[in-house]
Design a protein. Structure first.
Lengths: 535, 292, 321
């Protein structure tokens, strides 16, 4: 979901249920011509992509790190377009036969890379595996899901316990790639792991997979959409961005998705391709169950004390400041810029203002200062931004201790059963949809204040739950816009989350190649690498 | 192995041949003392000496190359590297100082005891020393950090435990050399209590070794602690510390390489200075006839 | 020494080795309990905390059994090289280790060879030219090497040879023997800086001691060729002390591997250890630590045995210190 999908962040990578919306040029072309391979740009014999961190397994039930690599070999049932419209992928067509029943017709003639035909059994088996207990992929499935069964050789039927509009987009998740049941059963204990890998229908086949150094993929001769233009894909794993940048500089990799953009660009000697993205929002999260964040004056003081310009500099640039929880960019998906502007006009915003910040601290129970601990992910620019926040909050008497941890350790803290123990942090959230209601729903509302869920602020008054439900209850865009304006206002007033900046989607692409449709959602487009061609 | 032990050859300390080089190195020794005095002053006064506040971020001028305002440029958060190098002397100096002092005390006691008593006590202590001797200190520190959590002073405490055997070994060796001396026999015959013989008769004669050794322990601990900071398993990010700066500024090798090189040079300079002083002290003290 | 004496010596050492290994494994196992926080939460990591996952973990680690029994069950698995699964990656610790072992071994052996070749070579050169410019240069360089930690050397080499003059690659491990050799040259050099200095110092001291020995003087007086004296009389005796420091060299290499692999972003055991420590991935930590411990203990035993074999002057039981 996130532009820098190489980041191992489950909450972003895996929350891409609604998925992606812009179909890349190559993909768009092939969905009509069904003949992507013979494009004029010619074939590419070898293309190398850098990944940081290393992918340790492609079994999505066991790790959230592998979607980007796995997406080259495993494809989803559907793909979502820019408008939010779902387009067929492995499912040729589908229909809702009753309010609680969805029937998917599997595309005829799709073959796995071993030559076997894709069947409804494979699809049902894969999805049921992803939602089984203990699977790290399970939370993509709504609780209203009753069963997924193969009801014919090419028919899969999904039954819900009650009508739920949220189901429709689930099969378009890039993290729900379909694999071959036969292959899984032959490699039960090592499925997805280095040495074994996975068996899918995608344009590339994993021929060699080492969990520490990289993977090699070759074009799938049986690919259902025709000849694959890139004959061989090499995935190289890096454990630091500096080494990845050096590799790029030396021409060892052709494509990379940096996090620490500025350092990468200067080390690699490349100008990055960057596009604004509304999908990824960086901000400061405060757990309202924990001192001192449980006091609204403290939170408002934080809101005034954070200087977005400075924090973007600490991030390394490639970002745009934001002031609302649901941003204008996001709201414009359901309304014109003028409508959105008029709705947001009444939403309070906090610009950097040290005097006001100090006044809020004076009104808090901690006029003489307070200590607090925040968690910091050890990778990329997170330590830098967190240190900048530390300095800015130190100026108003909030003295932070930075607890540095790996992404996985932070995920464990943020989604722990012990909600009071969740540390405040600077991190970013990936929108799971272009629909402003769907986009950040995963971290809102009382239903997400529980183990494994992402309302890390633990802020969800009953009025918020009501607004969230109302937003989904109507299809009238004007009415929805108004509701989301109210949600923005509520978040601004309570300030459990300080929106700071939207990170641009960035990539470094070697000269000689082009990726015209690169955007923050490329990751959800199934085999995203089909978008890259010779220039 | 404690890094310190890699720096020292107890056998070599006893080699008279090295004394010949002393004269040649005197300007070097002089320089070593100047460096250590400088590091000491920086460690005590730290930020007061620094031209700028080492923690102040100038986010408008990140990763700037050296200039009149920032002699060593700025880091990724626009902090003045020169000021941070000065402030970094604190963690580089006081941790090793505590380690050297504590292991001096404990190592001397244990070494004297083992050497003087001999027998089972000696054999047990030496078995323990042999075992600890072969442990890679930094690996132990990494494991402790991974199990209990990162902490500078915890690392210092663990390093004391790991360094004591090193002192013990050297002091025991020196004590054993003293044991057959007539003065020890004489004191024994006169009925001087054992602890008095150990502390007031034997120890003054082994102390040159002990003092010299402590300098080497200091240098070794400095290097090991800096290594732990380099791995990000000691101090919190943002603390001005040479090891930490080295790793955090590694990404700046293209934009402001001095931000990485300067703290590295400081680590090496301080370690060399302390090692040279240790060698020199040993030669000075032994040539005055304190030992043998 | 008699063959029988040697056998007794080795047997005694083996017993000590076994006791040591048990002690180390016990401490390693206890890491789980030393770690603050709820053991289940630690072992679960980012995995969901549900009744099913807790049950599975309890079964896997025998958490419902008494502590000593847990240790026993764990140790039995560890002997079969099974250390459970990584919390972070869900792969077995064994496969995590075996995937990285070749790189670290390659790096270690490469470095060891550099250490011996340069260490002994420079040590001999320094001793033979005692007091001259070469000797003084080498002695100064040794002091620099002994005071330069591997990570400083790594960053310096990286900067000079991979960034300023681009002679060596700055990243990656390469594929194929020679490519790998080329890729790992800078890391191996960084790793060898301290150990070379150490060996030089030792060799030099031992050589100088030997040069003054009567048998060397006699050998020369008898008109034996310079090279024969050097190789047969001098080097052989000078090398013996180098064996005694092999434990120190090994330790220094292991510490260096951790630092150098992190500095060069190499996916080896050293960086695995650091990642495991950063993410509190205790099963991986345990596996790597045990492996390092076994290597150190066994290597020390081997060094003792080799020492016995090459130095007939040593009698069993006389090496208490």
């Amino acid at each position: 979901m996130l532009p820098n999908s190489k980041r191992a962040f489950s909450r972003f990578a895996s929350l891409s249920a609604a998925g992606a919306l812009l179909i890349g040029g190559a993909l768009a072309a092939c969905s009509t011509s069904n003949n992507s391979g013979s494009s004029a740009s010619g074939t590419i014999s070898n293309f190398t992509v850098g990944f940081d961190p290393a992918v340790s397994t492609l079994n999505y039930a066991k790790s959230n790190i592998g979607y980007q690599l796995g997406g080259l070999a495993l494809e989803p049932l559907l793909i979502a377009e820019k408008s939010g419209k779902l387009v067929p992928w492995l499912a040729q067509s589908w229909k809702q036969t009753s309010p609680t029943t969805y029937v998917y017709n599997i595309r005829h003639g799709v073959k796995f890379s071993d030559g076997d035909t894709l069947t409804a059994t494979d699809v049902a088996f894969s999805l049921n595996y992803y939602r089984s207990t203990g699977s790290l992929d399970a939370y993509n499935f709504p609780t209203t899901l009753k069963s997924i069964t193969a009801t014919g050789p090419e028919t899969v039927t999904v039954t819900l316990t009650q009508p739920d509009a949220a189901w429709a987009v689930v099969p378009a998740g890039d993290n729900l790639g379909i694999f071959e049941k036969k292959f899984f059963e032959a490699h039960k204990s090592t499925f997805g792991q280095p040495g074994t890998g996975v068996m899918g229908t995608g344009p590339w086949v994993i021929t060699n997979f080492n969990g520490t150094t990289g993977a090699t993929l070759k074009a799938n001769p049986h690919y259902w959409r025709g000849t694959v233009p890139i004959k061989k894909v090499s995935a190289q794993f890096f454990s630091s961005e500096t080494s990845e940048a050096l590799a790029f500089r030396d021409g060892e990799i052709d494509l990379a998705f940096p996090i620490d953009n500025k350092a990468f660009a200067s080390t690699a000697g490349v100008s990055l391709t960057s596009v604004p993205s509304y999908a990824v929002q960086g901000g400061f999260f405060m757990n309202v169950l924990q001192k001192p964040w449980n006091n609204v004056h403290v939170r408002l003081a934080v809101a005034y004390a954070l200087d977005r310009t400075a924090l973007i500099a600490a991030w390394g640039g490639y970002a745009d400041p934001v002031y609302q929880f649901l941003t204008a960019g996001l709201l414009e998906n359901i309304g014109s810029p003028a409508q959105v502007a008029s709705v947001l006009k009444t939403v309070p915003t906090y610009h950097y203002n040290l005097a006001k910040a100090k006044a809020e601290m004076a009104a808090s129970p901690y006029p003489h200062g307070v200590n607090a601990t925040i968690s910091v992910e050890s990778a990329g620019s997170y330590p830098n931004v967190s240190q900048a926040i530390e300095a800015e909050l130190g100026a108003i008497g909030i003295h932070l201790k930075l607890d540095v941890m790996t992404a996985d350790a932070q995920t464990a803290n943020l989604t722990a059963a012990d909600r009071q123990g969740i540390l405040a942090n600077f991190t970013y959230n990936g929108a799971v949809s272009r629909d402003p209601g769907e986009a950040f729903e995963f971290c809102m509302g009382s239903s997400n204040i529980s183990a494994g869920n992402w309302n890390v602020m633990n802020w969800a008054p009953a009025s918020m739950d009501k607004l969230i439900a109302e937003g989904f209850a109507t299809t009238n865009n004007a009415a929805r816009l108004k509701i989301y304006g109210q949600i923005d206002t509520a978040y601004a007033q309570a300030a459990p989350f300080i929106p700071l900046f939207n990170e641009d989607a960035t990539m470094a692409l070697a000269s000689g190649y082009k990726w015209p449709e690169f955007n923050g959602y490329y990751y959800d487009l199934g085999p995203w690498l089909l978008g890259v061609s010779k220039s | 192995m404690t890094a310190s032990s890699a720096l020292v050859l107890p056998e070599e300390l006893a080699q008279p041949g090295r004394r010949a080089r002393r004269r040649l190195r005197s300007p070097v020794i002089w320089l070593s003392f100047v460096i250590m005095a400088g590091v000491l002053v920086m460690a005590i006064f730290g930020a007061l000496l620094a031209p700028q506040n080492p923690a102040t971020q100038h986010l408008a001028i990140v990763t700037a190359p050296p200039s009149g305002a920032h002699w060593l440029g700025t880091d990724a958060l626009g902090r003045d590297v020169f000021s941070r190098v000065i402030a970094g002397a604190r963690t580089a100096f006081f941790g090793p100082l505590v380690i050297a002092a504590a292991s001096f005390l404990l190592g001397n006691l244990l070494g004297l005891f083992a050497g003087y008593r001999g027998g089972l006590a000696d054999s047990l202590i030496m078995r323990w020393v042999d075992f600890m001797w072969s442990l890679p200190a930094l690996v132990i520190l990494v494991v402790v950090a991974g199990t209990v959590g990162s902490s500078y002073w915890l690392a210092v405490a663990v390093l004391i435990v790991l360094t004591v055997p090193f002192d013990t070994r050297v002091i025991r060796g020196a004590t054993l050399e003293q044991m057959p001396r007539p003065y020890v026999e004489a004191a024994k015959t006169l009925g001087v209590p054992r602890w008095k013989i150990m502390l007031f008769h034997v120890w003054p004669n082994v102390s040159p070794v002990a003092v010299a050794n402590t300098c080497l322990v200091f240098a070794g601990s400095l290097v090991t602690l800096a290594g732990l900071e380099f791995l990000g398993l000691g101090l919190p990010p943002g603390t001005p510390d040479w090891g930490l700066m080295l790793s955090q500024n590694e990404a700046l090798l293209f934009t402001n390489p001095l931000a990485t090189i300067a703290p590295g040079v400081m680590i090496v300079l301080t370690a060399i200075a302390m090692n040279l002083i240790g060698d020199w002290l040993y030669e000075q003290l032994t040539s005055r006839g304190a030992v043998r | 020494m008699t063959g029988r004496g040697m056998l007794v010596f080795i047997l005694r050492r083996l017993v000590v080795l076994a006791v040591l290994l048990v002690a180390i494994s016990f401490v390693t196992f206890s890491l789980l309990y030393i770690s603050p926080g709820n053991l289940i939460d630690i072992l679960l990591g980012a995995r969901p905390h549900t009744a099913a996952t807790v049950r599975a973990l309890t079964r896997e680690y025998h958490l419902n059994k008494p502590f000593l029994e847990q240790y026993w069950l764990w140790a039995r698995q560890a002997v079969q090289l099974r250390f459970g699964t990584s919390i972070q990656t869900s792969l077995s610790v064994t496969s995590e280790i075996t995937a990285r072992l070749p790189l670290t071994l390659f790096l270690g052996i490469y470095s060891f060879i550099l250490t011996m070749v340069f260490g002994i070579g420079l040590g001999v050169a320094s001793a033979l030219g005692r007091g001259n410019v070469v000797d003084r240069g080498i002695t100064g360089a040794v002091m620099l090497g002994l005071s330069t930690p591997a990570f400083v050397a790594a960053v310096a080499l990286l900067y000079v040879f991979a960034i300023r003059v681009r002679w060596f690659p700055a990243y990656g491990v390469g594929s194929g023997f020679f490519n790998e050799l080329w890729h790992l040259t800078l890391p191996a050099l960084a790793l060898a800086v301290t150990t070379v200095a150490y060996v030089v110092r030792h060799t030099r001291a031992a050589m100088i001691g030997t040069l003054d020995q009567d048998y060397v003087v006699f050998a020369r007086a008898r008109g034996l060729s310079r090279s024969r004296v050097l190789f047969v009389y001098l080097l052989r005796n000078a090398l013996i002390p180098v064996i005694t420091i092999s434990g120190v060299i090994l330790s220094s290499l292991i510490v260096g591997v951790v630092l150098v692999e992190v500095a060069f972003s190499l996916p080896g055991l050293g960086s695995l250890l650091v990642t495991a420590a950063t993410s509190k991935d205790l099963p991986v930590l345990q596996g790597v630590v045990l492996l390092f411990a076994v290597v150190i203990v066994v290597a020390n035993l081997l060094a003792d045995v080799i020492y016995m074999v090459v130095d007939p002057r040593i009698r069993v039981g006389e090496r208490s210190s």
